[in-house]
Design a protein around this ligand. Sequence first.
Ligand SMILES: Cc1cc2nc3c(=O)[nH]c(=O)nc-3n(C[C@H](O)[C@H](O)[C@H](O)COP(=O)(O)OP(=O)(O)OC[C@H]3O[C@@H](n4cnc5c(N)ncnc54)[C@H](O)[C@@H]3O)c2cc1C
Length: 644
Amino acid sequence: MEKQQMEALDYHAEERRKAGFDVEEMKIVWAGSRKAYEISDRVARLVASDPVFRKDNRTMLSRKELFKDTLKKAAHAWKRIIELRLSEEEATKLRFFVDQPVFTDLHFGMQIIGCYAQTELGHGSNVRGLETTASFDPQTDEFVIHSPTLTSRKWWSGGLGKVSTHAVVYARLITDGQDHGVHGFIVQLRSLDDHSPLPGITVGDIGMKFGSGAYNIMDHGVLKFDYVRIPRDQMLMGVSRVTRQGKYMRSDVPRQLVYGTMVYVRQRIVASASSALSRAVCIATRYSAVRRQFGSRNGDAETQVIDYKTQQNRLFPLLASAYAFRFVGEWLKWLYTDVTRRLEANDFSTLPEVHACTAGLKSITTTTADAIEECRKLCGGHGYLSSSGLPELFAVYVPACTYEGDNVVLLLQVGRLLVKTVSQLGSGKKPVGTIAYMGRAEHLLQCHREVRRAEDWLKPQVIVEAFQARAAGMAVACAENLNKFPNQEDGFGQLSADLAEAAVAHCQLIVVSKFIEKLQQDIPGKGVRRQLEILCNVYALSLLHKHLGDFITSGCITPEQGVLANEQLRSLYSQVRPNAIALVDAFNYTDHYLGSVLGRYDGNVYPKLYEEAWKDPLNETVVPDGYHEYIRPILKQHIRVARL
Ligand SMILES: Cc1cc2nc3c(=O)[nH]c(=O)nc-3n(C[C@H](O)[C@H](O)[C@H](O)COP(=O)(O)OP(=O)(O)OC[C@H]3O[C@@H](n4cnc5c(N)ncnc54)[C@H](O)[C@@H]3O)c2cc1C
């Protein structure tokens, strides 16, 4: 009886019954392990049931209220972590599900709060262009930090505006009048007694950012130095140092050590991409199964919009991408361990490739921003409401395309490595890691794909080779075109759009390959592997269809084979369709975390949308503020032209 009642409330019950695989087992695959799943499930429910973590009114708060609410949640999260004696993994999950990060999060129990101040008003991507100076004064054994121009003011640093007491500041190191380029310094900004700025420091918030709620929870800051003195030992002296006499010296510690941290940070970014994308896809999929438009005959129900092939063609590749990004993120965790081990053994051989690979993956997985926007459109008009959760998700996610390296700038770094690899092919130097296939470029470009029927596109080997040949073909074409320029740097500039496209092709190959490798692992649970195979093929063939021009121009497939790939893709969509709701249930998101009326687990969308509308502050009164001043005069024609 109880089950019947539950199902009566579940508008997706029929959809869930259709699933051809074990959802509980898929949840474990998604979480990474049974233990990770159990922790995540428990902590998500804990957060969802705590009224302090409520966030349904977030987009309506003023900036000040929002900032204070964020601090309150962070303090409460910390209290719960202590009271419940949560492990580090559980505490991390708790902050994740609170879904409102603040700069104090990582700092509880510490005496200072730090931020990272590199970007300036005038320069971000071009770090060499930074203007803040750190001049050594041998008389006092101090550095003098100064902002010489308007464009040298630090800008964008998260946590700087109102919260941080200290910053790692990047500035041009000057000793004895000589400029040694940009180095890091630890600078105290605010008093530890009353939080007021120290002498010579001007600091504040840079103002409202894109969207309601969203990243406005964070105090990104502006910072100006007016000859601020810091002791010499506050320079970060890992790779170079300044002696008491003011002599600049490079240490023998390899500069490549910084790569380890970078791989870690980018691995986190890729993981967040799969979280944000899966969230948007979950909302759009559930709503697409509830929403009906057209198609009713003889009094039958209208068609669920998820049954329209155009909806599937837009939605299912995004669903497949969420899984693909999850698995490439898992692989990056392994890569980080591998890099750390190699660095400890002074083995730097794979670093250029690892650097390029993580830069490129950061760039292509943060296209999630476009995917969130597509999910909003997939939800039609209601997707544009704040209560759909999608506008805020988009606004909070979209800067990921810019921070930690502008995506285009990163792709160009990958492109450079690709053409360098091509140019070294004849020298006997073997490409390694994800770029190893370049060693077979000649073979890949001559060889033809064995595809005669649509089903031939289901063979992993065929897919991988097609992606390898496309990436190799584009890199070789760039290298050949580059050779036509007498000056290489001019060539890089002129060909930069092609280089970025070649980099995208290389990175998509990595994601496809890692998905296929995941399928070679032991995957228990009825039908789970089968669903993942379908999603993997959807991911690969939808990319192939989208970039068909690249594949055909590189000569790696024929136009007829492209048509067969599309035919196969349509058949795959039909196989995803009955499993779609279960595939998003496998993300195991609570309604609290999703924060979307459209994405509710029970699909009970319309009464909740209606209810939400009445919560808007505009509806607190039936006659709005401003009626007497501005609406009534129009209606009564009392406004005189002179007053306009
Ligand atoms: C939400 C958010 C949080 C941030 N947090 C921090 C922080 O905590 N600390 C910090 O120091 N900074 C932070 N930043 C700053 C961030 O790191 C920079 O904005 C980023 O590196 C991009 O630099 P930019 O703003 O100078 O962009 P620009 O480089 O000015 O980009 C403008 C355009 O020029 C293009 N472009 C630039 N160079 C090239 C090139 N060589 N070839 C082709 N095209 C090019 C870009 O693709 C882009 O389209 C944050 C930014 C945001 C949005």
